[in-house]
Design a protein around this ligand. Sequence first.
Ligand code: NBP
Length: 467
Amino acid sequence: MKADVGLVGLAVMGQNLVLNIARKGYTVAVYNRTAERTKRFIEERVKSEKIVPAYSIEDFVNSLSKPRKIILMVKAGKPVDDMIGELLPYLEKGDLIIDGGNSHYADTDRRLKELAKEGILYLGMGVSGGEYGALHGPSLMPGGTRDAYALVERILMDIAARTEDGPCCTYVGDGSAGHFVKMVHNGIEYSIMQSIAEIYDLMRKGLNLSTEQIGSIFEDWNNGELSSFLMEISSKIMRWNDEETGKPLVELILDKAEQKGTGKWSTQAALDLGVPTFSMAASVFARVVSYYKEERQRLSKLYHKHLTLSESVTIEELEKALSLAYFLSYSQGIWLIHEASKTFNYGIDLLEVLRIWKGGCIIRSKMLDFLIELLKDSQDNLTFLNDEKAQKFVEERLDSAVKVSNFARSLAIPSPAINGCLDYLFSLTTDSLPANLIQAQRDFFGAHTFERIDKPGTFHVEWQPLD
Ligand code: NBP
């Protein structure tokens, strides 16, 4: 009997996704570039006959029922092109390749076009939820043609996470829509993670709370409006003690944050599309600067920041500040997705995007229900801010967020994500910005012209004699 679906790439994500698919009753053929990894997987984790290993591309492709459906879970970038190149000679028109990795959306568009010429269907699918999600139900963000999606809709719906609103999978849109949405999902993730990290930093350095105490507070918060996957894991991390030393492990972890690129790509896309994702960009830079550990160590001995301490903050104020940061992180991301959908004709339904983020994925949170409510009220409320309920929500938390920001500033504790969120909000809700001076400066040195507020037209002034 032929397999229903094939999967290439048996690292963390691939293995768990295969087990998930097989548990849902499908037969899966598996292949990995390094045969040893396939053997180990079969020996150590596979108990079901529904998972069939293949040790050559030809055997793998031949073991699949037609039209063939092949999920790639290999490292993003060249490995995806390499695998497609190896598969192509054995595929037939109408077969489907699904790239489930974190590919850059421009690569997905290129591959879609190249494969369409060969008659091969292609989906770029965001998969969120890490290894646990892959095994127990991820949030799936497939994009490409509807024909291609129709071939695998049932399987994807079956393996996705479920909430009371249905499976966390939807046809996201045309072209690279799925990978774009997954990329921005990760951009939001960067902003929320950084905001949580900043609050933790303030709690330990500003309020002198122990890691244990911070863990209890995070646990409490996870039962309230901050209820979310990232809050839940942060509370667990705070309570995790190192076996060897008995100390909280988090305090023993080197403060150099790694990144794989999706936050940077989101920021690059935001710059290209003209969307002011202040805190997303700041969170990428926060990871970048963390990497300069030796430089930071040297300079920290040189600079003694004798600042005037601002009024301290309460736990409730920290909670409100973080809640506002969550809200504004989603706001930036949804706006960015909307702008991309317009520019690239993705045809994305933002309500569906919010819905499929409710389960399985890293940025799942209780707040998504509130955002869905706001967007349902007015479909063009892309920042969520154009709504009385949102206005009330923001105003109830703003004082606290500003107090938190001031407290952090006065202690010289960096808080780029929280400040990025505040600058995003303040900039968007300020009628008069100092961009008038920027325009005057541009006209002064470059004759770039300006508009006026008191009459129509384009103006230029000879600010200084040329000779
Ligand atoms: P990795 O991103 O670490 O990739 C390892 C896999 O890629 C192995 O199967 C490896 O085969 C294969 N591979 C490489 Br590397 N180069 C190859 C090539 N030239 N040809 C064929 N195969 C090649 O694995 P992962 O962490 O499971 O992630 C898979 C994808 O899912 C990535 O795009 C990742 O960004 C994305 N993703 C990961 C997570 C997560 O939590 N890890 C979450 C969501 C999405 P080998 O065994 O022969 O070296």
